[in-house]
Write a protein that binds this ligand. Structure first.
Ligand code: UGA
Length: 452
């Protein structure tokens, strides 16, 4: 099929690259000429494992342009995968989406070929209906259909999630979801050779193809993210109780997660969720409920717990060091999670700003996100060339992002360069034993070991 993808962010580029790999003819459109130019030269606008290589596997099936005109005129399907950032009040900003929609509809008036408009951006319930109304007003109802096709991929695992999804959700009329069933046939039947080193996961079963109405598809995207965010805030509150009663949240999570009604995933306690999705989507759902006359109390609590959770590390630091002024603090990890250089809503940024404001001397390290972080952090922050440089002479180290290079760190070396062997692990990710003689504090796991 001839596929046009408008927007080359995580979702758009992953969708375009994977459909090109599956032998569709893909054109990715972006209004940013510089980004288009760089993509045409094979330069990725962000770090996502395997994406660069995937695009190179099918160079004849994917191209990049800033001209939506030619891309739309030729397309069987047009994806909208543009950003929907949050406004001040938490509502999603749909300016980019509607400007792309208006422009596309303008071109569709001059085209006789049937086209399916597919919305992948996360949007308030009813947005698909609004697009559909615009299509009808333009007199295109007989040849243009509108569907919602929410995306559930995770950053850092975007390709894995795209090739091996649990479900593909399509909201819209039957004829349009038939077109998408054909578009995604190779994924639905798993009739492709895996482009990933990991291959198809053991025990993987074919994805469900879920046909629903547009509004349910739109709401399901928010509900899925809000539910996962709720699991995280819940286990973080259990962790805070664990700290007070002397229990270990990892053991508690293991026990409750063994019940299939609860499930083991997203029960990793820590300093809360970040990224471009959970914080934005939980606030957007709260806004949607609110503007429709419903007070979503549980969701408000999920958001509030997450806002305070990151500062638990600072409280723990004060408990150990007293005053922070003049203390040297090493910060390991800046991105909101491993496998990405994304710093949107990353807990590291407000944490480091708080440390600097308290007079601490901060050295930071991250395998991929330091360049992006430089613009967001105070000038006094030192960007270390390596882990040991960050830890050198530190009074304490904060583990913020559980990159494998940190979780597999040689504890002996770490201790040898720090002034005080105090580690506060915001992800409960280090494997530390009493023999390590480290002052080790996690989230909801108590203090393990003492310095020798
Ligand atoms: C999330 C969802 O997992 C995807 O299904 C969804 O498609 C995506 O948002 C989106 O809406 O686009 P993502 O933001 O990439 O994906 O990251 P996750 O891996 O879900 O992690 C989100 C945050 O939760 C991270 O800060 C992570 O550290 C935190 N987390 C996750 C925990 O604190 N504990 C956990 O047990 C799991």
């Amino acid at each position: 099929m001839k596929v046009t993808v408008i927007g080359t962010g995580y979702v758009g580029l992953t969708t375009g690259a994977s459909l090109a790999y599956l032998n569709h003819e893909v054109t990715c459109v972006d209004t940013d000429d510089r980004k288009v130019e760089q993509l045409s030269q094979g330069i990725m606008p962000f770090y996502e494992p395997g994406l660069h290589e995937l695009i190179h596997m099918r160079p004849d099936h994917i191209r990049f342009t800033s001209s939506a005109w030619e891309a739309v005129m030729d397309a069987d399907v047009v994806f909208f995968a543009v950003g929907t950032p949050a406004n001040e009040d938490g509502s999603p900003n749909l300016t980019f989406l509607f400007s792309a929609v208006e422009e596309t509809i303008g071109y569709l008036r001059m085209k006789s070929k049937p086209t399916v408009l597919i919305n992948k951006s996360t949007v308030p319930v009813g947005t698909g209906d609004q697009i559909d109304r615009k299509v009808k007003e333009a007199g295109l109802a007989n040849r243009v259909m509108v569907v919602s096709n929410p995306e559930f991929l995770r950053q850092g695992r975007a390709l894995f999630d795209t090739f091996y999804p649990e479900r593909i959700v399509v909201g819209g009329e039957q004829a349009a979801s038939d077109v998408l069933e054909t578009l995604y046939a190779a994924v639905l039947n798993q009739s492709f050779e895996s482009p990933l080193l990991t291959g198809r996961p053991d025990g993987y079963s074919l994805p469900d193809y879920i046909r629903v109405d547009r509004r349910s598809a739109e709401l399901a995207k928010y509900a899925a993210n809000a539910f996962l965010a709720m699991k995280i805030s819940f286990i973080n509150e259990i962790a805070n109780v664990c700290d007070r009663v002397g229990a270990d949240v990892r053991q508690v999570a293991g026990i409750i997660g063994a019940d299939p009604r609860i499930g083991p995933s997203f029960l990793q306690a820590g300093i809360g969720y970040g990224g471009s999705c959970f914080p934005k989507d939980t606030r957007a759902l709260q806004f949607i409920a609110d503007t429709n006359g419903y007070d979503f109390k549980l969701l408000s609590a999920v958001i509030e717990v997450n806002q305070s959770q990151k500062f638990i590390m600072i409280h723990k630091l004060y408990e150990q060091l007293g005053e922070l002024a003049g203390k040297q603090i090493a910060v390991l990890g800046l991105s909101f999670k491993p496998g990405t250089d994304d710093l949107r809503e990353a807990p590291s940024i407000p944490l480091i700003r708080t440390l600097v404001a308290a007079g601490a001397k901060v050295r930071v390290h991250d395998p991929v996100a330091m360049r992006k972080a430089a613009a967001l952090l105070p000038d006094s922050v030192h960007f270390a060339g390596g882990i040991l440089e960050a830890l050198s002479q530190a009074d304490a180290a904060l583990l913020i992002t559980e990159w494998p290079e940190y979780t597999s760190m040689d504890i002996g070396k770490l201790k040898s360069v720090m002034r005080r062997p105090l580690v506060i692990d915001g992800r409960n990710a280090l494997n530390v034993s009493e023999h390590d003689e480290l002052e080790y504090i996690g989230i909801g796991i108590g203090m393990k070991g003492t310095a020798g």
